[in-house]
Design a protein around this ligand. Structure first.
Ligand code: A2P
Length: 331
């Protein structure tokens, strides 16, 4: 099994199977198909409101003898409205129950930004946006997540939509450090500074929207967004290697040591994506360099998922990403 070694000794399987905004009528069959063709890593979240469907599919795959629980890596996420110490354990237990997996391999904060737990409006009004505060909000939540590791409910912790700056601050005070960070990542948002920082600090990177999320709803579209699969560079290397544009994007991600989390409910594309990420083929050094050059991280220009739903009152979405932050020393 292809995988990335983590700072706690575990191996994170490559690729992961993304479950955000999947057609609920197709999701069960998609998860079973993914497991059948070799995916061993499933990326879930309470916020996706479909963990019960994913869980039923995992159970069916295990019952059919396709996989054992121990062979799977299951991630779930703590929602921004659950960033309060008393809410962590119930949220984690609900994900474990919905997924029916006994324990999680990885539990991560969905966003570093908290939203008032009483809020039900989406997007949250300004008054409900509590922002990021390491000492007052984030660390007390992290302490509960550490206690969940001690209790055997989860085997590793991580952070989603975080930045090197926020991760470095967390690592300085965490008893159980994160093993990974999950961020949007594709050739147009390659984030070489984050990749270098993470490698130097023993943090793995999982990448969502590895295909540039071509089927995303209009609410997540903005002028100037990158068209990853339509990029001339990707199309040229797809032609050269005889692979699809999606396979080129996923091989690039895996070959640079990150863990892409492609999403699909189409059986053919689920298989295509698995073969793209970890099939026995590789991109040339020239292709890797050319793909890396598509990066538009500077100024977050290449970012599709801007996070403006969670931007604290008065902050521009770009402020959330600590743009251009570089460490002066490793954490
Ligand atoms: P579908 O479920 O019909 O396959 P991302 O992982 O970047 O968020 O992208 C997910 C979107 O990309 C989904 O709309 C999915 O649609 C589509 N998709 C997944 N795999 C492929 C592929 N190999 N080629 C083209 N589109 C794909």
């Amino acid at each position: 099994m292809a995988g990335v070694k983590l700072n706690n000794g575990a191996t994170l399987p490559v690729p992961g199977f993304g479950t955000w905004r999947c057609d609920v009528a197709l999701l069960h069959a998609a998860v079973v198909h993914a497991i059948r063709v070799g995916y061993r890593h499933i990326d879930c979240a309470g916020l996706y409101r479909n963990e019960h469907i994913v869980g039923a599919a995992i159970k069916d795959a295990i019952d059919a003898g396709l996989v054992t629980r121990e062979e799977l890596w299951i991630t779930s996420k703590l929602a921004p409205t659950q960033m309060e110490p008393a809410l962590v354990l119930p949220a984690l237990q609900k994900s474990i129950a919905d997924l029916g997996v006994g324990y999680l391999d990885h539990y991560i904060t969905h966003w570093p930004y908290a939203v008032d737990p009483a809020n039900t409006a989406s997007p949250a009004p300004d008054a409900a946006r509590l922002g990021y505060d390491l000492q007052a909000i984030y660390l007390p939540v992290w302490r509960e997540m550490e206690a969940a590791v001690d209790a055997g409910l989860v085997r590793s912790l991580g952070c989603s939509n975080s930045t090197a700056k926020k991760l470095a601050a967390l690592i300085a005070v965490a008893r159980i450090p994160p093993v990974a960070v999950q961020v949007e990542m594709h050739p147009c948002l390659a984030q070489p500074k984050l990749v270098a920082w993470a490698a130097a600090n023993g943090i793995a990177i999982t990448g969502y929207c590895p295909l540039g999320s071509p089927g995303r709803p209009d609410a997540y579209r903005a002028e100037g967004d990158p068209d990853v699969l339509g990029s001339d560079v990707i199309l040229a290397f797809a032609k050269e290697t005889g692979h699809s544009p999606a396979q080129v994007a996923l091989k690039w991600a895996a070959q640079r040591g990150t863990v892409p989390l492609p999403r699909s409910t189409n059986p053919g594309r689920i298989s295509e994506n698995f073969e793209g990420a970890c099939g026995a083929w590789s991109l040339s050094a020239e292709a890797m360099t050319a793909l890396e050059a598509l990066d538009r991280s500077t100024g977050s220009v290449g970012r599709i998922m801007k996070g403006d739903n969670f931007a604290p009152a008065g902050a521009a979405w770009r402020d959330m990403w600590d743009a251009e932050w570089e460490p002066t020393a490793t954490a």
